[in-house]
Design a protein around this ligand. Structure first.
Ligand code: SF4
Ligand code: FES
Length: 375
């Protein structure tokens, strides 16, 4: 058996030996912590990803043992492979931090600041990136881009204004489905995610585009506006699924399942199954299995990624106990003097309609007699 060729690379003064062909980003992830540059477009489970967003820029202060000259410009660590004796600076380089602040500014030029109503808030990579590297103000004076709305079908919501054109969803559709029906149309500031002629994304594995999207451009319609992720309790669960690994994270409040996602690692990427395959999940598990009885619960999931969820009040708690209702808690134990039941007061709402089953916010049509949202 041939011995593996190992290269020594030093990143932010920490040395590690990695197999030849490893990228600087992957070597930095092996060291871990803040040494790992942020990555908005690279996704280790997707072939060909990376090289689009420039958030992973690093400074190579020594090229290799044989040729110690520094690289003249900052390089994208997700696309640069290590050389033996290479020395790299990430957070120890002023140049890198300055360039990254510039990249964040560019990414936010057209990105709407609608975090208060965005379902991705709390687990958005752009939010984390802006928090770590962004500036408080913008120099941009023009109107942000707007797009014609595209309907991608009953399960996936597209908000093109939030898209950072990372291509992850395109690679996912290419590599997980037989026929990709969406892609990036047009070029430059006209570039957008669309299906050209209005089509739904309905392949059985297409729901994974929601998990790979680093921002809130692609979100789950069955979860839209239902809850904030930091109020939910992530639980590892599995089922015997004939289509996928069936290994998921349930996002519960009490024993009510609000959404189902694949399990993600500390880099926000799909976790591997015990067999070493990426744990992509099918649409049936993601969108249709919303009852606790559909799942075998394994236990609470710790969210290790830097995120508001990790600090969540409910993360890591055992069991599926419904959290304390907040009204009495903030009112010194007192309950309201008058509890009004909306159904006593108005005919507008109907108690036999289960709001949890509605796709998105309710409106007049929801309460038409022929609706399908009955409990
Ligand atoms: S929709 Fe999301 S995953 Fe797709 S290109 Fe835009 S940001 Fe990337
Ligand atoms: S993560 Fe390297 S360029 Fe986007």
């Amino acid at each position: 058996m041939s011995e593996q060729n190992l290269f020594k690379v030093t990143i932010d003064n920490i040395s590690i030996e990695v197999p030849a062909g490893t990228t600087v980003l992957q070597a930095a992830r092996l060291i871990g912590g803040q040494v790992a540059p942020p990555a908005m477009c690279f996704y280790s489970k997707l072939e060909g990803s990376g090289g689009k967003c420039r958030t992973c820029l690093v400074e190579v202060s020594k090229g290799s043992e044989k040729d110690p000259r520094p690289m003249p410009k900052l390089v994208a660590s997700c696309r640069t492979t290590v050389m033996d004796g290479m020395e790299v600076k990430n957070i120890t380089s002023e140049k890198v931090l300055d360039a990254r602040a510039g990249v964040v500014e560019f990414l936010l030029l057209n990105h709407p600041l609608d975090c208060p109503i965005c379902d991705q808030a709390g687990e958005c990579h752009l939010q984390d990136l802006s928090f770590d590297h962004g500036k408080a103000e913008t120099r941009y004076e023009f109107q942000r881009r707007t797009f014609k709305k595209h309907d991608l079908g009953k399960n996936i919501q597209l908000h093109m204004t939030r898209c950072i054109l990372c291509y992850r969803c395109v690679f996912t559709a290419d590599q997980l489905t037989n026929k990709r029906v969406h892609g990036i149309l047009d070029r430059g500031d006209h570039a957008e995610i669309a299906t050209h002629i209005e089509k739904s994304l309905d392949n059985e594995f297409i729901g994974n585009v929601i998990d790979v999207c680093p921002v809130g451009a692609l979100t789950d319609k069955t979860f839209r506006f239902k809850n904030r992720v930091w109020f939910l309790k992530p639980m590892d669960a599995h089922r015997d699924c004939p289509t996928c690994s069936g290994r998921v994270t349930l996002w519960n409040r009490g024993d009510e399942v609000y959404r189902v996602t694949a399990r993600k690692d500390q880099w926000g990427e799909i976790e591997d199954t015990p067999e070493g395959q990426p744990g992509w999940i099918c649409n049936t598990c993601r969108f249709d299995k919303k009852a606790t009885a559909d799942w075998i619960i394994e236990g609470p999931r710790e969210i290790s990624r830097q995120s508001v969820i990790a600090q969540g009040h409910y993360a890591g708690q055992i069991g599926t106990t419904k959290p304390t209702e907040i009204f009495a808690a903030v009112n010194g134990g007192r309950t309201p003097h008058l509890l009004m039941d909306i159904h006593d007061e108005s005919e507008v709402n109907q108690p036999n309609i289960y709001l949890g089953k509605i796709q998105g916010p309710s409106h007049g049509d929801t309460f038409n007699t022929n609706n399908t949202h009955k409990a």
